[in-house]
Design a protein around this ligand. Sequence first.
Ligand SMILES: [Zn+2]
Length: 213
Amino acid sequence: MSQSAMQEITCPKCGKKHSFQVWDSINTLEFPEMKEKVRNDEAFRYRCPDCGATALLNYNFLYHQQEDKILIFVDADGSSYGDMEKILKQRGNAFDGYRKRIVLSYNDFKEKLLIFDAGLDDRIVEIIKSSIWDNVEERYKDKHIDEIYFATNEDGENGFLFRKEGHMVASMEFDKALYNAIKEAALSRIDAISRDDLIIDRNWAKTIVARLG
Ligand SMILES: [Zn+2]
């Protein structure tokens, strides 16, 4: 079920108030156009009818891509993680067999979509990213990289983007052979120890790699 409401937004530039559609939950089977609109930011980009200023709104919502059994809760303000965790961990309901995730930022949400759209397992991608992070911190500390994100370019090629203070400073190709090798060697063990894990991020990857030995 999708739920949205009109909410009054104060323009960050001119201060005038206008209403904007804000979503509590988005079901892409019910509203197929939302699939594209969350990917190109249209669903969350407020545009002021008075002065034309735009702002990307950051709020909590549940993203339900029912046709692909994907459920992602975006806890943008960090307030609902505990409650959502309890709900998502329940079994024996319509969401059995789903990939369920909780992400703590809008950027993390977009990254999950890119990974799933590429047909990849985000757990393996995070394990690869974690080793890239280790390498960056060991050898390239002077570059002050503060974000690494999985990305897909216009030609559909996957890679990682390295950012410093919001600006891209480097990129690297996605090593599909490495991905396949990890998947082959460790997927069943990863499944066994982390099937109910909801937050798949760098800390998760570190823990899992340590447990895999
Ligand atoms: Zn305005």
